[in-house]
Design a protein around this ligand. Structure first.
Ligand code: PEP
Ligand code: MN
Length: 304
């Protein structure tokens, strides 16, 4: 492998464990399961996700506030207002949060607000962004480029490490191929190879790979069975109404079911799904109801 000085394993058991919080890690025995919508749409949406999934249990929340969309006319994300929403749910539910950083000028605000900075597929070889993230003292989730080779992927991670940040998590999210039935092709061979070559944690995004919600749970199970250190999965309180990637979003109930179904597979490969939520399910439900009750009823002024 070309110039993978810092990402390559130095011996066969060499494995980096990255801490998102004091309790939540990735790369060790505990799986990191990240759930949430493609895009942050409102505080209510994120409250619903966090309150229902904290005890699923997921170990981190996702939600994009800067969205790399194919069309410039599509929803581009809530930006800083979305970041405030992420900060609020992070505080209230004690769950670490991940969001995408698209440019160098966004790094400071995002690094101050969240626990894990995502580099999207479209930016995997944005070398200036990678170098700048090398100077940040926060973990980075690096997604594989749409058509990146394993070597290019590893070299992209090497950029971040060689600029000083060794907290990099790799994410396989499917690669382009000829068949439009699935949005991308989930390359589990790459997961096995990356686990053999590098000491970095490797997680899988079956949502962007499949593009269809009905394919997500089985691909998630396959990913854990082949040695992935975790998953990042899109889910939404009202999946069909998602502003982006609606077709691949699971409902929150489906997400809970999926997390539970991973337990025996995790156990079979020597891993576990950690249940370390700081709050229990009934406290979460009460807190969500209290929040809803506090909301001002919409003004009826102007209506006849
Ligand atoms: C996302 O996670 O919402 C996303 C845009 O993913 P990717 O960069 O893998 O397309
Ligand atoms: Mn998405």
């Amino acid at each position: 492998m070309l110039d993978a000085k810092l990402t390559s394993k130095s011996h066969s058991h060499h494995q980096t464990i990255i801490k998102l919080t004091a309790d939540i890690t990735v790369g060790g025995e505990d799986l990191l399961i990240i759930g949430g919508p493609c895009a942050v749409e409102s505080l209510e949406q994120m409250e619903a996700v966090a309150s229902q999934l904290a005890t699923a249990p997921i170990q981190a929340l996702r939600g994009g506030v800067y969205k790399p969309r194919t069309s410039p006319y599509a929803f581009q994300g809530l930006g800083l207002a979305g970041l405030e929403i992420l900060k609020a749910v992070r505080r209230r539910y004690g769950l670490p949060v991940v969001t995408e950083v698209m440019s160098i000028d966004q790094i400071e605000a995002i690094a101050e607000s969240v626990d894990l900075l995502q580099v999207g597929s479209r930016n995997m070889q944005n070398f200036d962004l990678l170098k700048a993230l090398g100077e940040v003292n926060k973990p980075v989730l690096l997604k594989r480029g749409l058509a990146a080779t394993i070597e290019e992927f590893v070299c992209a991670a090497e950029y971040i490490l060689s600029h000083g940040n060794s907290q990099v998590i790799l994410c396989e999210r499917g690669i382009r191929s000829f068949d439009p039935y699935t949005r991308n092709v989930l390359d589990l061979g790459a997961v096995v190879a990356l686990k053999q070559i590098t000491h970095l944690p490797v997680i899988v995004d079956p949502s962007h790979a499949a593009g269809k919600r009905e394919l997500v749970p089985d691909l998630a199970k396959a990913a854990i069975a082949c040695g992935a250190d975790g998953l990042i999965i899109e889910c939404h309180p009202e999946p069909e109404k998602s502003v982006s990637d609606a077709r691949q979003a699971l409902s929150l109930e489906e997400m809970v079911e999926l997390v539970q179904s991973l337990r025996p597979i995790a156990a079979a490969v020597g891993r576990r799904v950690l249940n370390k939520s700081k709050v229990n399910a009934s406290t979460l439900r009460q807190s969500f109801r209290a929040l809803q009750a506090q909301r001002p009823v919409k003004s009826q002024k102007g209506k006849t």
